[in-house]
Design a protein around this ligand. Structure first.
Ligand code: SAH
Length: 247
């Protein structure tokens, strides 16, 4: 790993947040935590292949600011399940920036979950719980089913399958928040039938791009889907069916 410049990273992070109107979310302590977390991510990345982004400026923008932007949709003290958390996105930035949230980070890959769990422990993020599991295999469990105010996912799967994975976890009255790329509106339109079956309804698609003087506009999309009705017990199906025959 190239020498990590903590002071420079702090400044870069501040710029990425203020360029996107969320500078107020940062404090001295939060910058310190996110900086140390980034140094750890880059070090561990050499062993575990956790992130494709290694440029600190891009990490500040495309990991932290990107994830921070969805917090505005979350009410105070809410419970959140992050499905396919990978190296902890959005879980870890959410945990630092919104200590009021209670987060459950789920991923099917044990080494990624181990990384997130250890990172949360090292940085004293006691609002994070981690679980190694496939989402569709824990969704019938009464500890998880329809127990969360929000279910989030970034870069996990296409909207129809994603809705089947996420909506079962959301309480009626809560929301699924899907972090998507350029195809957000198209994918969401294609998921109309799936949402009707699963009890979801699109609230809004926010496609305001990330602003950055250094990197230019970057796509960012948050699709908010409200849970209006209980999800029928038949869903989610096994992954083989979800992927072969999306709703
Ligand atoms: N959300 C992270 C990681 C995206 S990669 C980020 O944005 O950086 C997608 C992750 O989803 C992988 O870590 C993969 O293991 C996980 N995943 C895919 N399908 C899953 C499922 N059905 N249940 C749980 N995790 C899943």
């Amino acid at each position: 790993m190239a020498e990590f410049d903590a002071a420079a990273f702090g400044a870069t992070l501040g710029r990425a947040f203020s360029e996107n109107g969320i500078g107020g979310m940062l404090s001295f302590d939060r910058v310190k935590t996110l900086t140390a977390m980034t140094e750890r991510l880059l070090t561990e990345n050499e062993k575990y292949n956790l992130t494709a982004l290694t440029d600190p400026g891009k990490i500040a923008l495309l990991h932290y600011a990107d994830c921070a932007l969805i917090t505005k949709y979350m009410k105070k003290g809410a419970t959140v399940i992050d499905v396919g958390c990978g190296a902890g996105f959005p879980t870890l930035p959410l945990a630092v920036l919104r200590p009021d949230l209670q987060l459950l980070a789920v991923d099917s890959t044990e080494k990624k979950v181990a990384y997130v769990r250890e990172t949360a422990r090292l940085f004293g993020l006691d609002n994070v719980t981690c679980l190694t599991a496939r989402a569709e295999e824990i969704a019938a469990d009464g500890n998880y089913r329809e127990r969360f105010d929000y279910a989030t996912a970034r870069a996990v799967t296409e909207m129809r399958s994603l809705a089947e994975l996420l909506l079962p976890f959301v309480k009626v009255g809560g929301e699924m928040i899907a972090m998507k790329g350029k195809n957000a509106a198209y994918e969401t339109a294609g998921a109309k039938r799936a949402l009707a079956i699963l009890g979801g309804e699109v609230v809004a698609i926010d496609e305001t791009p990330l602003r950055s003087a250094a990197y230019g506009e970057q796509s960012h999309a948050a699709v908010r889907i409200a849970k209006r009705k209980k999800t029928p017990a038949a869903y989610p199906r096994a992954w083989a069916q979800i992927s072969k025959k999306p709703l």
